[in-house]
Design a protein around this ligand. Structure first.
Ligand code: NAD
Length: 428
């Protein structure tokens, strides 16, 4: 399965090429990652033993700016997965016009099995291993699944120790006290919310009449649940890695959030408990959640959740991809045949990297923005780029995913060609 993730991701590119203004040279360049690094990270465990963890950092493309992308800690992390995530970052940054290329990192580990000190040693060890390949003008890591602001703080500190100078702009998603940006914690959810609010009126789908199921109740999923709940949407189901909860008349999202937050406070920095422990609901599996008869289905956990195997069970009208790569290309085709609209990851979850960009700008300028400024700039960017992608969709009568790739490809193609094209060198 993991072997094919990148091949599957690349298919999205192929579908968009015929609508994009891009040279053959640029297409060839975008088929391959620029740098793929695999490292071994030695960690002294609390019991005195030594364990070696495998880590990765892939810079897919940096034509439009330094590489940008999160670091994932998960037992299933592989080079193939990291490469796919770096590929998506390249197109995401171009789709919303950030001056960044695409990158991603990961460590193959179950962080829930580590103590806090082991987690810190692993995180600092990861930076020791990749320090020569990152930097404010080279490649800038950020959080992803099972990494968080505290880990970003360790990254920044370790990089600064190696370089013997404080370098906040080397990583984003840091704690506020170490140069983080206001609004970064809610940015992915806020960005997705702006996309939903921009596009749903086009389908005549008012909030009060809209039922929602969200898979994944972490940074992105839980914040988005709150925003939608506050705006009047009826969230009927949410889930995390251990299972989900369902209530036909709608879940009380603030009390579920409170529950998760309390557990988190009691149990180190990873929430060990499941949302299944909250009362007044029915329990359902993640598979059941994906098959619910709702208006909006929001995958906000991991990739490869909607596949050829389960796509026939999907009953939602619209799928908003907050997770990266939750739908395989084969499933995409079947969803289109079923008349289900898919709003693509590279647009829907771009709010996170957008506020990461704002954090990098603030670190470099030394001038820090208010929450209102951050949110206003985020909203402006998300709405503007969403409408441009919508326009491309209408112009070519294509789906939104292909339109988002066309939009990104046009920008990437222009930048790659500005370095010199085949026509220029051949004098034609
Ligand atoms: P997170 O670690 O905060 O949360 C992940 C959530 O998914 C947790 O609730 C976890 O329990 C749940 N989960 C894990 N495996 C699951 C499974 N098999 N079924 C159901 N739930 C499962 O991560 P996050 O930052 O919220 O990221 C979620 C997704 O959003 C990822 O695909 C990530 O790449 C994407 N994303 C996140 C950001 C960001 O800024 N956080 C930005 C862009 C994209």
């Amino acid at each position: 399965m993991s072997e094919s993730l990148f091949a599957d991701a690349s298919k999205r590119l192929e579908q968009a090429l015929k609508y994009a203004n891009i040279s053959e040279d640029a297409i060839e360049r975008l088929k391959y990652p620029k740098t793929s690094l695999t490292v071994s990270i030695p960690v002294r465990m609390d019991n005195g033993s030594l364990r070696i963890f495998k880590g990765y950092r892939v810079r897919y493309d940096d034509t439009r700016g330094p590489g940008k992308g999160g670091v994932r800690y998960h037992p299933s992390v592989s080079l193939d997965e990291v490469q796919s995530l770096a590929f998506w970052m390249t197109f995401k940054c171009a789709a919303v016009n950030l001056p960044f290329g695409g990158a991603k990192g990961g460590v193959t580990v179950n962080p829930k099995e580590l103590s806090r000190l082991e987690l810190e040693r692993l995180s600092r060890g990861y930076i020791d291993a990749i320090a020569d390949f990152i930097g404010p003008d080279i490649d800038i890591p950020a959080p992803d699944v099972y990494t968080n602001p505290m880990i970003m703080g360790w990254y920044m500190d370790q990089y600064s120790i190696i370089h013997r100078q404080l370098t906040p702009a080397v990583v984003t998603g840091k704690p506020l006290s170490l140069g983080g940006s206001l609004g970064r914690d809610t940015a992915t959810a806020a960005g997705a919310f702006y996309v939903i609010e921009t596009l749903m009126p086009k389908f005549d789908q008012p909030a009060q009449n809209t039922t929602v199921a969200i898979q994944g109740f972490g940074n992105a999923g839980a914040h988005l649940a709150t925003l939608l709940y506050n705006a009047g949407y009826k969230i009927v189901a949410v889930s995390d890695s251990k299972g989900g909860v369902y209530a036909k008349k709608g879940l009380d999202i603030p009390s579920i959030r409170r529950f998760k937050d309390t557990q988190k406070g009691l149990q180190a920095i990873y929430c060990e408990d499941s949302v299944c422990n909250v009362v007044e609901h029915e329990v359902l599996s993640n598979e059941d959640l994906l098959g619910l008869d709702v208006d909006l289905l929001i995958p906000a956990a991991l990739e490869n959740q909607i596949t050829e195997t389960n796509v026939h069970n999907i009953k939602a009208k619209y799928i908003f991809e907050v997770a990266n790569g939750p739908t395989t290309s084969a499933a995409d085709k079947i969803l289109a045949e079923k008349g289900i609209y898919v709003f693509p990851d590279i647009l829907v979850n771009a709010g996170g990297v957008t506020v990461s960009y704002f954090e990098w700008v603030q670190n470099r300028s030394g001038l820090y923005w208010t929450l209102e400024e951050v949110n206003q700039r985020l909203k402006q960017k998300m709405v503007e780029e969403t409408l441009k992608i919508w326009q491309i969709k209408q112009e070519f009568s294509i789906n939104l995913r292909t339109a988002a790739y066309v939009h990104a490809l046009n920008r990437l193609g222009e930048a790659l060609s500005a370095k010199g094209t085949r026509d220029y060198y051949l004098g034609s």
